[in-house]
Unconditional design. Structure first.
Length: 368
């Protein structure tokens, strides 16, 4: 059940409390040996109810020993990542950028996003409530946060503070070469979980593991229908596209199953599979001859065994609820992320926000 939001300056009884939060690392780019050595990576953080989500971000950043700042957001309410029923709390600069780039009216019924300036006490959180934290929209570090205790009043020690660590902190940036010396040649263990492909790197992709996780997370009893559509995505991407298209296609299909009353169970499976891959292709300029892979929309529809018109209609229906396009990093092919126009814009925004990092070539970086 989604928490009931309060006004920005409201806490329970206007009394400052201490929230004890368990922050569990769900996904990210890590090596096989790290997963074996650290089956669970968790941090316990105590924070005052009058402190903000930005303060919580900084505590998590320190708790996982990160050193390079990136975009982030919190997702409160809903049933899973990017659930339209949930509310996003993002950096003000990110919301301003989204507003500037929004050229078409959205039909999504998502709550209006908030900013990370919101205090914990204003969110209406109750004990045992769970919410999400997404750090780095490229490497996609996903965390689950559970409010395990509410106590009051706080002591005189500074907050937020880290009170417990379980598991080591993974390196912020995954390097596949780091694992070469720690994995035996005869080690055939599969990855425990699903990780996006590193940018510019080609790593074996296990579609069966991916589907298994998505089925467990999202669709429950709808397994047969889900697999009907997923199989068509699988066949088309194997023959005409790439594993990255397959991965994003599965993810988009899983998102559709989360939307109440969305008609994904109705109609021909190939029509929905075509609409899904068409939207992923649009986000990555699939119909541009300069891209690789390249495929015309008409060829995609033919490969899926449906008409171009039907494919367009299904894609339009999906976009009524999910904004799939080049402005949303989660639908960009990981191997193209660094060169994608959206990434360039984000990098420029980050540079403007941290001008101290933009030294001219003739300016020494050591100013002491």
């Amino acid at each position: 059940m989604a928490p009931t939001e309060k006004s920005d300056d409201q806490t329970d009884g206007d009394q400052v409390s201490v929230f004890t939060l368990n922050v569990f690392l769900l996904e990210g780019l890590v090596s096989e040996s790290f997963l074996r050595q650290n089956p669970s990576v968790e941090r316990t953080i105590e924070i005052r109810s009058d402190q903000t989500l930005e303060d919580l971000h900084e505590a998590i950043f320190a708790a996982f020993d990160r050193f390079d700042e990136h975009m982030y957001e919190f997702q409160i309410g809903g049933k899973g990542p990017h659930d339209p029923d949930g509310k996003r709390y993002a950096l003000p600069m990110a919301l301003e950028y989204e507003a500037d780039m929004a050229t078409l009216p959205s039909k999504r019924k998502s709550p209006k996003p908030g900013t990370v300036d919101a205090s914990l006490g204003s969110l209406g959180l109750k004990q045992n409530d769970i919410f999400g934290y997404w750090f780095d929209f490229g490497d996609d570090w996903w965390h689950q946060i559970e409010l395990i205790k509410i106590s009051s009043p706080p002591d005189k020690e500074p907050y937020p503070r880290i009170t417990e660590r379980i598991g080591a902190s993974p390196p912020q940036y995954f390097d596949p070469d780091d694992d070469l010396d720690t994995i035996d040649d005869d080690d055939d263990e599969e990855w425990d979980g699903i990780k996006p492909l590193p940018y510019g790197e080609v790593r074996p992709y296990n579609s069966e593991l991916h589907l298994e996780k998505l089925l467990a997370m999202y669709v429950g009893v709808e397994k047969e229908r889900f697999l009907d559509i997923a199989t068509l995505i699988d066949e088309c991407t194997d023959e005409h596209l790439t594993d990255e298209y397959k991965m994003l296609g599965y993810n988009l299909l899983a998102h559709l199953t989360m939307i109440p009353q969305f008609p994904w169970r109705q109609g021909k499976p190939q029509s929905w599979a075509a609409g899904i891959l068409y939207l992923i292709g649009q986000a990555n300029f699939l119909s541009d001859p300069a891209t690789e892979p390249y495929m015309k929309s008409s060829a995609l529809a033919k490969a899926m065994g449906t008409s171009t018109g039907t494919m367009y209609l299904k894609a339009a229906r999906i976009k009524n609820d999910i904004e799939v396009g080049p402005l949303d990093p989660q639908w960009i092919l990981p191997s193209q992320f660094n060169d994608h126009p959206v990434t360039q814009v984000i990098n420029q925004m980050m540079s403007m926000n941290h001008p101290e990092n933009n030294f001219p070539d003739d300016t020494p970086t050591n100013l002491n």
